[in-house]
Design a protein around this ligand. Structure first.
Ligand code: ARG
Length: 467
């Protein structure tokens, strides 16, 4: 095992199996950029406090820079039997900058350092994931615009309920994704708290300018409590829970795509680039992309519950158990990112089966609630109107008659309050036009929502491009 940061009080060698068991380098090497950023800020603060000379500071900063380019170019591979990313960086820094590197760990511990690294890492990932979610929102909005006039049944209990616009259905996911993005950005505010100065648990005796350090790292706040700072993993759990929720939304959309692409539904066809075949059934074209997205939501929830269970019984402050936060975090970051990227492609290449949806438009009794409300507007109590239209549906269904096939005379047999206005409601499109009230699926409203989202997402995209 590479140079240990803690050998001094040990006489015996660490057991080989224990070394392998406790090493986290294979996992936490992913934090190397954050580790370098945190170390650079720490070096500057140590110099400000008079613990490093100007030339030591300059040499260390140069060393960190060269370490960064060495890792980026592959000249310094992130490999070897290091205990963790912290030991790796300090050992390599010593190779680059010499003995001054032995001063760098003053006033800090891996306990506050790892918490800082995780915060820096996650802050960046949140920005990347936010833009992926925005891309998915754009893909859904564009698909809604492509099929602007298309009507599909809205379901409750997986039974047809009311006709809505396909775009309205897609925009429901745009709203969900927006809350997912808000959650990510919101937890970003809570993770931007500097845990430095806490050292292992109870602080340090050096004179470190933590405000300067917070400023250098772009954190608005310094943690006021060292025990909390080293043992808090709320921000990781908040992320895992936000990722699980986003995954849940992905999964519901994926499930609908699976369902809609069955021969039984035939509402949509997934692009071939996002389907796979069967090794036995030559005719198959399976929606594996959507199935995998659906399944991965389970992993995302698993990651949340795994860390929740790990942290829930821990006494303050740092415990080595907390090292186990990284696998679930990295896995959720990857899983949610990869799922979003694949879903984008699935949505972009999605084709809607217009003939099937056209045929379905007026097949059911989706305008029934509008008819009942028509009577309400004429003064009939809703309960009575509901009963009357329910009876009407029974009698029409018995004679195999659809709503849009009946004449005004037949309609008036059920209530003399029905007139030409009621007749207009009986087609899916008439029903849609009648449901003008917020936040229904009125064509004008859906069109305005599509426009609103497109503009918002375009403006955000431009800002991101500039930023
Ligand atoms: N690898 C550890 C973690 O991820 C770093 C902190 C180790 N601290 C210690 N006292 N052993 O949490």
């Amino acid at each position: 095992m590479g140079n240990k940061l803690w050998g001094g009080r040990f006489v015996e060698k660490t057991d080989r199996a224990m070394e392998e068991f406790s090493s986290s380098f294979a996992v936490d090497r992913r934090l190397w950029k954050a580790e370098l950023a945190a170390t650079e800020a720490h070096v500057r603060v140590l110099a400000r406090g008079g613990y490093l000379s100007r030339s030591e500071e300059a040499g260390l900063l140069r060393g960190l820079k060269s370490l960064r380019s060495g890792i980026l170019s592959g000249a310094i591979p992130l490999e070897g039997d290091w205990e963790d990313v912290h030991s790796f960086v300090l050992a390599h820094l010593e190779k680059k900058a010499g003995a001054a590197a032995r001063k760098v760990h003053a006033g800090r511990s891996r306990n506050d350092l790892v918490s800082l690294d995780m915060r820096l890492y996650l802050r960046e990932e949140i920005v990347r994931l936010d833009s992926l979610l925005a891309r998915l929102q754009s893909a859904l909005t564009a698909k809604g615009e492509e099929y602007a006039g298309v009507v599909i049944p809205a379901y409750t209990h997986l039974q047809r309920a009311q006709p809505v616009l396909f775009a309205h259905h897609l925009l429901a996911y745009v709203e969900m994704l927006d809350r997912d993005r808000l959650r990510l950005r919101d937890l970003g505010r809570r993770l931007e708290v500097l845990p430095a100065g806490s050292a292992a648990a109870g602080g340090n005796t050096l004179d470190l300018d933590l405000k300067l350090m917070a400023g250098l790292l772009g954190f608005p706040k310094v943690s006021p409590n060292s025990l909390d700072a080293v043992s808090d993993r709320d921000f990781v759990l908040e992320f895992l829970s936000a990722a699980a929720l986003a995954g849940l939304h992905f999964s519901r959309l994926a499930e609908e795509l699976v369902l809609w692409s069955t021969s039984e539904f035939s509402f949509v066809e997934l692009g071939e680039a996002f389907c796979t075949g069967s090794s036995f059934l030559p005719h198959k074209r399976n929606p594996d992309s959507a199935e995998l997205v659906r399944a991965k939501a389970g992993r995302l929830l698993g990651n949340f519950t795994a860390l929740f269970a790990t942290v829930k019984g821990l006494p303050l402050s740092y415990n080595r158990d907390l090292q186990e936060d990284k696998r679930p975090l990295f896995d959720s970051v990857d899983t949610i990112g990869d799922s979003a990227a694949v879903l984008c492609g699935v949505i972009e290449s999605l084709k809607v089966n217009l003939a099937v949806l056209k045929r379905l438009e007026d097949e059911d009794y989706g305008a029934a609630p509008d008819l009942a409300e028509y009577l309400v507007k004429k003064g009939m109590p809703f309960r009575d109107a509901h009963r009357l239209v329910g009876g009407m549906v029974v009698s029409l269904a018995r004679s195999g008659c659809k709503l849009n096939e009946i004449s005004i005379q037949e309609l008036r047999k059920f209530s003399s309050e029905f007139d030409d206005g009621a007749l207009k409601l009986l087609s899916a499109r008439g029903s849609l036009r009648a449901r003008a009230a917020f936040p229904g699926s009125h064509p004008g409203r859906v069109k305005a929502n599509l426009r609103k989202w497109r503009r918002k997402l375009e403006a955000e995209g431009k800002k991101r491009g500039r930023g």
